[in-house]
Design a protein around this ligand. Sequence first.
Ligand code: NAG
Ligand code: NAG
Ligand code: NAG
Ligand code: NAG
Ligand code: NAG
Length: 450
Amino acid sequence: MARCYCHWRRVLICVCTPCITLFLLMVFLTVMICTRVNNTFSSDGIPFRVHFVAPGLLSNNSFAPVPKTFWERHNDAFWNRLQLTMDRHFNPILHPYNLKQRFENGTSYESLLKQSVSEVSNSTGGKFGQLPQQIQEFMCHMQRRDYPTLIQPDGQCGAGAKDEEEPPFLLLAIKSTQLNFKNRQAIRRTWGRVGWVAAGQRSSSGGGERGGYVRRVFLLGKDNTEDLDVVLSELLRLESKHYGDILQWDFKDTFFNLTLKDVLFWSWFSRSCGQTRFVLKGDDDVFVNTPNMITYLQDQLKKPQAHITMKDFMIGEVIAAAAPNRGNLSKYFIPDSFYKGFYPMYAGGGGVVYSGQLTRRLHEMSKRVHLFPIDDVYVGMCMKRLNAHPIHHPAFLTFDFPGKEEEKPCSYHTILLVHKRSPEQLIQLWAHIKDTHEQCWDVPLRDGKR
Ligand SMILES: *[C@@H]1O[C@H](CO)[C@@H](O)[C@H](O)[C@H]1NC(C)=O
Ligand SMILES: *[C@@H]1O[C@H](CO)[C@@H](O)[C@H](O)[C@H]1NC(C)=O
Ligand SMILES: *[C@@H]1O[C@H](CO)[C@@H](O)[C@H](O)[C@H]1NC(C)=O
Ligand SMILES: *[C@@H]1O[C@H](CO)[C@@H](O)[C@H](O)[C@H]1NC(C)=O
Ligand SMILES: *[C@@H]1O[C@H](CO)[C@@H](O)[C@H](O)[C@H]1NC(C)=O
């Protein structure tokens, strides 16, 4: 009897030990995976942990609580669900084999995006009709990105000087619309001049003639003006012939279509701008202190480890822990049936600078992130997935000068960029910068502490 008992115990041990080991292994793996996922989504290790809230996002002006992850797995919000299906396809545990092979094919990404939209749309069904018109329109077209190019710039990478002796240093990529001819003209005559631009004199290291070649391109869709369409298109064609700095695609130029300008611009950049160091992407109503910008960026390149940091380099006015705008009268309105959770940290879209290297990485990453109606938030989402963090700099004023600081004598010499200025103001400001150059050349950039 005792022997028999002993025998059974041995069998039990033989069977149970592997089971327990397996169980422990599973627990270990699960914990590992969870911490990995959390690490990718948590915002630790950011050089500047600032907590701005974009104006108007919370009616009581308080700071939003800092989110742990920027998007949560809410199954009842359309975008969250779409992205979840997309992420499942790229999950190395669910699909361990030939991930790379399958997605070397550009078309695979597209079909995957389309497939997930149709999957999720089918199960959303009735709720679609209750969404606001603008969101419905966005959702109908959000899987499409292959809009044809109507007008291309002359040069390889935008308009530039004919006699460039080195690769372009900075490409100015400016979002514009067909009707905004005056804005484009003012930019061309002021801060957006192409060719060699000398750096501001302030630079710490001096030595030799510093500066860089600047190029320019305007990013346009098609305005929704049916009766004027022929005339406008003809004018734009003439403008392009004269300046060679227009890049126009065949999609409707609406606020919710601005994200397409990012995605299509990254794709064009990756094809056409092999050696360009930096991109400034901004609106056509910003004022940029271009010489300061060149100085600042050249100083960044001189830092130790620059060849590594440039992989992730993005700088602007960083907005962290912002919540979607839920006021249905705002142009930023995003209903919670469309997106739930916080926005990832992002740089305000009025004006932001990033490296050419990062542009190419964003291009690759964007293929697996569903379009989001708000363009700068979308860039933030792609950044998050690259595990890259935009850097905040107080000299980027996408919400204008605070208080009366603008009235100080050298205020425009302390900034890199300010939003918003009319075409007339751009001309005045540019002249003002030139006039006060002597007296203001050594003022430092804003550090946000004043
Ligand atoms: C502001 O609004 C948020 C969200 O509605 C709320 O959580 C927070 O407590 C409010 N803060 C104040 C100071 O009322
Ligand atoms: C890539 O796409 C082409 C055409 O759509 C298809 O024939 C081919 O099988 C695809 N390759 C892979 C590896 O999926
Ligand atoms: C979604 O519905 C349409 C028609 O209602 C159908 O053609 C399509 O196959 C469905 N897609 C999926 C993924 O079920
Ligand atoms: C974006 O552009 C496409 C193509 O012109 C258009 O069909 C769609 O309605 C536009 N989307 C929005 C949200 O305006
Ligand atoms: C906006 O929201 C208010 C109340 O929250 C509602 O009464 C109104 O109908 C909504 N407007 C639209 C255009 O959906």
